[in-house]
Every structure is written in structure tokens, then in C-alpha cells.
Design a protein around this ligand. Structure first.
Ligand SMILES: Nc1nc2c(c(=O)[nH]1)N[C@H]1C(S)=C(S)[C@@H](COP(=O)(O)O)O[C@H]1N2
Ligand SMILES: [Mo]
Length: 151
């Protein structure tokens, strides 16, 4: 598959009919959510930030994922792998953000502390995480996968 993407845009790929190139404008067109968070960084200590952006749930639903929504169990094998421009890669499991399960308001943030993130790209926000390591900045790719396909 061709994985080239416009600078500043996020390649949303994997379990979709078609890969989607997500721009900041796409993210801002979705309902905006705000998160005031604090987390601990191993190297820099306690951090506090205010983020605004789209729910990961809304981003995925809008892209019409190849996920069976009729029941509940079928969704739980999915995971979302988020990559930053520097190669930092983290995984979020589907149940963490699905409103029928963990219901966490995980964001793809378009602003941090009131500053637009257009130059670097969106940032993952995982409000209940104690450590900051999943707050991936400069996101370049979001991949929806089935766990069985990763084995
Ligand atoms: N792309 C990318 N994002 C990243 C990291 C990284 O190495 N690369 N480090 C993470 C870690 S360890 C922390 S604690 C937070 C720090 O976020 P801040 O600099 O916005 O406070 O960013 C996270 N996001
Ligand atoms: Mo960190």
C-alpha cells in the first residue's frame, strides 16, 4: 500500500475500506472536546496541559471502520496503533475508548495550551494515564488493526 501522506496530515489506515488522509481541518470539523490533564514524565516530572481536539472514537467512526457494531464482543479484538514523526509508537486497545466499555475521552488534539498544533501535527491525549508516554506528539499515522492479525 502507498503510505505517503501530505506534510502535517495523519494517515488513518488498516481496517477501513480505504486509507484516509486526516488533516487538522478534518479533526476540527468533528465535535470539539477539551481535556485538562496532568501526568508524570519520567525525565521532566509532573506536567499539566489543556488540550482541545476530536475524540478518537469520533475520528474512527467517521472513517467507517470495518468493525461489526451490531454486537459488543466483536469490537474488542481491535487496537489502534499511533505513530509519531520520530517513530514513537503506542497502542490503545478498542475497549479503552468505546463508550460501551472504558469510555475514556481519548483525543487527537489540535491545540495544546491554546496553541494550534498545525506545524507538528495532532497529539494523542489519554486523560487517565498516570505517565505521559502515550501522549504521542506529531502524529503521522493511526492504524486500526485486529489483534489476531498482529500475532
Ligand atoms: N512523538 C513523541 N511523542 C511523545 C514522546 C516521544 O518521545 N515522541 N514522549 C512522551 C513522553 S515520555 C511524555 S512524558 C510526553 C511529554 O509531553 P509534553 O512535552 O507535552 O509535556 O510526551 C510523550 N509524547
Ligand atoms: Mo516522559
Amino acid at each position: 500500500m502507498d503510505t505517503t501522506v501530505t506534510a502535517g496530515a495523519v494517515l488513518l489506515h488498516g481496517r477501513f475500506e480505504e486509507p484516509v488522509e486526516l488533516t487538522m481541518a478534518h479533526l476540527r470539523a468533528l465535535p470539539e472536546h477539551r481535556a485538562e490533564v496532568s501526568f508524570d514524565c519520567l525525565s521532566a516530572g509532573p506536567q499539566r496541559h489543556v488540550f482541545e481536539g476530536a475524540l478518537l472514537w469520533d475520528v474512527l467512526r467517521a472513517a467507517r471502520p470495518l468493525v461489526d457494531f451490531k454486537g459488543r464482543k466483536q469490537r474488542l479484538r481491535h487496537l489502534v496503533a499511533v505513530t509519531g514523526a520520530d517513530g514513537h509508537l503506542v497502542v490503545v486497545s478498542w475497549a479503552e475508548f468505546d463508550p460501551d466499555f472504558g469510555a475514556q475521552p481519548i483525543l487527537l488534539a489540535t491545540t495544546m495550551d491554546g496553541r494550534p498544533l498545525d506545524a507538528e501535527g495532532p497529539q494523542l491525549v489519554v486523560p487517565t494515564d498516570v505517565c505521559g508516554a502515550r501522549y504521542v506528539s506529531g502524529i503521522t499515522a493511526v492504524r486500526l488493526a485486529e489483534a489476531a492479525a498482529c500475532a
